[in-house]
Design a protein around this ligand. Structure first.
Ligand code: MOS
Length: 685
């Protein structure tokens, strides 16, 4: 039980975030967004903006430097006259002060020829296509047996469609960059990012620099939830602006501009067909997903992939169809794929439980499997049933009356729901160094990111354990691309991937330690690429069970989550204190997904109508009454030296389904279109 090591720095304000670094002679950038949803820029009039005292430069497609080789369409900032979506960055103003830059941005006049944007996702869109793969490397479509025929022949059939809206990550710290170029043409970026090494290599490619001439510094990051997993256009914009004025430039994306420019979770339309026998044993599973990408780049969310992992059934099909609309580019948001996909799967499993009259926990146990259903691989460990049983005991599931719409407390209807969770146990190659000093202390360096997860603390615990040292004698330095190359804080892979490199570096250091440490210290390094390649093939996933109790006001339709419990099987838990926060944080985001979060597309003009936290609701303290997380002991020898699985994302997976299933149990109303708002319930209450 270790509190995060940097907590004192954070609460006292000593921890520096990207925008806060003091630099001499700094200037400020403010961006101009496209006011049309699709078109071409015909002219950019900067005269009024440039006339404002304190304005240093205005950049747009008319005068921006040509970039070298942006590895991502979103990074090709100002490289063309084409407007791909409303809200896209089309110009930047650099000023002596932030206020000057913002005022001048208002004075930049951009002219367009435009046409009506096509922004509405629908499952009969004529341009739907099957992508070559879904993220990161999964087939878009899979099929085993005779799913259609067997579905039609099944004794019990459920055929329903769910939709999930676009959702925005909304980290507390905005996407922010402080960019500066030195006299040798080397670029330094203080950037709010989930991966310093990734920003380094992608920006090097964008500007045609040797990666060693780009340094990215990010020791503290105020959240990202995936939106900072790769650099977004703001980073290029800041670097370009700094180059243009020959001074360091700060650029933070205002929350109002974040909705268009830094990514969001794609909306989905998901048709599910489950065919089962009267005992609830699944015979056929068909999961068909429709979702969107932009015209700038293909982002193919892997929404149906958890269906390939979860339950046995001899006949099965999953598919993804995409349409490239004139919309902002979707991106990663906490458990991309698993979150919307498991919302649908775990909701339709509840519908099957109702259709067969089988308890929803028992139904899941009957369809458990010891091999990954589609790959046929054995699971390295799978303790879904243990989570369901442990959770049922803790939550008080026994004796639950399946009748809906019958438990009244005053004017409130009460219900409970359950759903399963899963998330892959990913791991990437990493490097790290470990140093011993003559005074008996140790320093571990790795370009990992602590985005508020407690990664620094977990890595220090891992290092101390391997070195057999006191935690107080170990310092972990991370968040700097000058340190050994590390994978991104994404895919819940950080602790596993970085931790393995830390273990190997510390083991190598111990091998060198032989008596006293020399005055110049001793250092050892590790690279886990070969070790990772040599791993045996297993299906590696974490599992969990989510329970929710809700009350629904029969007069207003308002849903309150009274209590929630998540029980997870995620390998060895390195630091219970911060792990608990990860689980509870994910579950809280699941409550938001179930009841509040919805980014609304402006169907006439494009871009999202929500622009701030008053219009985009996330759970606040009053919405989160009693959320508890627990885990089962899980020993898995096929993972990594720590025996850990990722924990950053599984907390959100299944949480929205548990809430939705509880709402159904309370009211008898099945809302299949998130979020479950009072308006949707009131139609039927
Ligand atoms: Mo997470 S959405 O993989 O950063």
């Amino acid at each position: 039980m270790t509190e995060r090591l940097e907590s004192r720095e954070k609460v006292t304000g000593a921890a520096r975030y990207a925008f806060e670094y003091p630099v001499e002679n700094v200037a400020y950038a403010a961006a101009v967004q496209a006011s049309v949803g699709r078109g071409e820029i015909t002219a950019v009039d900067t005269e009024a903006a440039m006339a404002l005292p304190g304005v240093l430069a205005v950049l747009s497609c008319e005068n921006a430097p040509k970039l070298s080789d942006p590895p991502d369409g979103e990074l090709a900032v100002f490289q063309s006259r084409t407007v791909s979506y409303r809200g896209q960055f089309v110009a930047v103003v650099v000023g002596e002060t932030l206020e000057t830059a913002r005022e001048a941005a208002r004075l930049v006049h951009v002219e367009y020829v435009s046409e009506a944007p096509d922004v509405r996702l629908r499952n009969d869109h004529p341009d739907l296509y099957q992508p070559g793969k879904v993220n990161p490397v999964f087939p878009a479509e899979t099929e085993l047996g005779e799913p259609e025929e067997e579905f039609n022949n099944s004794a019990v059939r459920v055929d329903v469609t769910y939709t999930t809206p676009a959702e925005h990550n909304n980290p507390m710290e905005p996407h922010a960059t402080l960019a500066s170029w030195d006299e040798h043409g080397h670029l330094t970026l203080y950037d709010s990012t989930q991966g310093a090494s990734t920003v380094q290599s992608m920006l090097a490619k964008t500007f045609g620099l040797d990666p060693s001439h780009v340094r990215v510094v990010a020791p503290h990051v105020g959240g990202g939830f995936g939106s900072k997993g790769i650099p977004k256009p703001n980073v290029v914009l800041a670097a370009m602006a700094a180059g243009a004025v020959g001074r360091p430039v700060k650029f933070a994306v205002p929350r109002q501009q974040m909705y268009a420019t830094t990514g969001y979770r794609t909306p989905t339309i998901q048709r599910f067909r489950l065919g089962a026998d009267t005992d609830g044993r699944l015979n056929a599973i068909i999961h068909e997903v429709v979702e969107q990408t932009s015209t700038v780049k293909e982002f193919a969310e892997q929404t149906a992939t958890p269906t390939r992992v979860m339950y046995q059934a001899p006949h099965r099909r999953t598919s993804h169809r995409l349409v490239a609309l004139d919309v902002p580019t979707p991106s990663w948001m906490r458990a991309p794929g698993e979150t919307p996909g498991m919302y649908a799967l775990e909701s339709v499993m509840d519908e099957l439980a109702v259709a067969t009259g089988i308890d929803p926990i028992e139904l899941r146990i009957r369809n458990d499997t010891d091999r990954e259903p589609e790959s046929g691989l054995p699971f390295s460990s799978r303790n879904l049933v243990a989570c369901l049983k442990e959770g049922a005991g803790r939550f008080g599931w026994a004796g639950r009356d399946p009748a809906t719409g019958v438990r009244w407390e005053g004017r409130k209807l009460i219900g409970t729901g359950v759903a399963a969770s899963t998330y892959p146990a990913y791991m990437s190659p990493n490097r790290a160094t470990a140093r011993a000093e003559p005074d008996g202390t140790f320093t571990v360096r790795i370009a990992a990111a602590d985005i508020g997860t407690g990664a620094r603390t977990a890595l220090a615990l891992i290092a101390a354990e391997t070195l057999k040292a006191d935690l107080g004698d170990v310092t972990v330095e991370l968040g700097d691309s000058a340190f050994p190359r590390a994978s991104v804080a994404g895919g819940s892979s950080g602790t596993a991937g970085w931790g393995t490199a830390v273990v190997r570096a510390c083991e190598a250091l111990r091998g060198k330690l032989n008596g006293a440490v020399p005055p110049e210290g001793l250092e050892a390094e590790a690279d886990t690429a070969a070790e990772l390649k040599a791993r045996e093939e297993y299906a590696r996933h974490a599992f969990g069970a989510q329970f929710a109790e809700v009350e629904v006001d029969a007069d207003t339709g308002e849903v309150r989550v009274r209590r929630m419990l998540g029980v997870f099987a995620a390998g060895r838990i390195i630091n219970p204190t911060t792990a608990r926060s990860q689980f509870i944080g994910g579950m809280t985001m699941g409550v938001g997904m179930a009841l509040m979060e919805e980014s609304v597309m402006d169907e006439e003009f494009g871009d999202f109508l929500n622009r701030d936290l008053a219009q985009y609701h996330v759970p606040a303290c009053a919405d989160v009454r009693d959320i508890d997380a627990a885990w089962v002991e899980e020993s898995d020898p096929h993972l990594n030296p720590m025996g850990s699985k990722g924990i950053g994302e599984i907390g959100i997976v299944g949480a929205a389904a548990a809430v939705g299933n509880a709402v159904h149990h309370a009211t008898g109303i099945r809302v299949r279109h998130l979020p479950i708002t009072p308006a949707k319930l009131l139609q039927d209450l």
